[in-house]
Write a new protein. Structure first.
Length: 199
């Protein structure tokens, strides 16, 4: 239910099903959260002194509170819309810049190469965070998602969806080939078809 607003931003194709949303940790937005909370505390700490200046002090206090809340909401918004969405057909990479700019790219599972994760640092060890990187075939482009909690599971899920996609693709090719053979058989007749196959 938490990802309903996110999935509305993605144009899902026919028979496409979302499988998993992979996000980085809130630690990726540590500094915006820290500064917004610090600014809010400072505004309330100096509230008594600011209000002594009348409407100017009240305006300064109000501006500080509004700016702190906006900074906090912006960090939450960026965190929510910066993610990878795995579907049964593709990997969708979304990156949110502020409130109004979002970059979205996608790659079908055939194009994914070198899917791996890396854990480094004390904080990553304590919180079980790791970076996931995926290289795209025939390109120098590399998708990267930092500080993902449960990064091993996420990598396993990407590989599993890639295998499922390739199996479904080979099954659909086989079904198309069988359909074409049946059409040829209906056009030329059973005897000619068997003779053609050497039977």
């Amino acid at each position: 239910m938490l990802n309903v607003a996110l999935l509305k931003k993605i144009w899902l194709k026919k028979e496409e099903v979302p499988i998993l949303v992979i996000r980085g940790s809130l630690l990726n937005r540590f500094w915006p959260f820290f500064f917004s909370v610090l600014l809010l505390f400072a505004a309330f700490f100096f509230m008594y002194y600011l209000w002594q200046y009348g409407s100017w002090g009240l305006s300064a206090f109000s501006l500080a509170v509004v700016f702190a809340v906006l900074l906090f909401c912006r960090a939450l918004y960026e965190h929510y819309y910066t993610c990878w969405v795995l579907t049964n057909l593709r990997l969708i990479d979304m990156y949110q810049h502020g409130f109004f700019r979002r970059e979205t790219s996608e790659a079908v599972y055939d194009k994914l190469r070198d899917i791996n994760s890396k854990k480094s640092g004390i904080i990553a060890g304590v919180f079980n965070l790791g970076d996931i990187s995926v290289s795209l075939a025939g390109s120098r482009v590399k998708l990267l998602l930092s500080n993902v909690r449960g990064h091993e599971r996420a990598v396993s899920e990407i590989i599993l969806q890639q295998e499922n996609y390739q199996n479904n693709l080979s099954d659909s090719k086989e079904r198309r080939a069988q359909y074409m053979l049946m059409r040829i058989k209906s056009k030329i007749g059973s005897a000619a078809f068997n003779k053609l196959l050497g039977g």
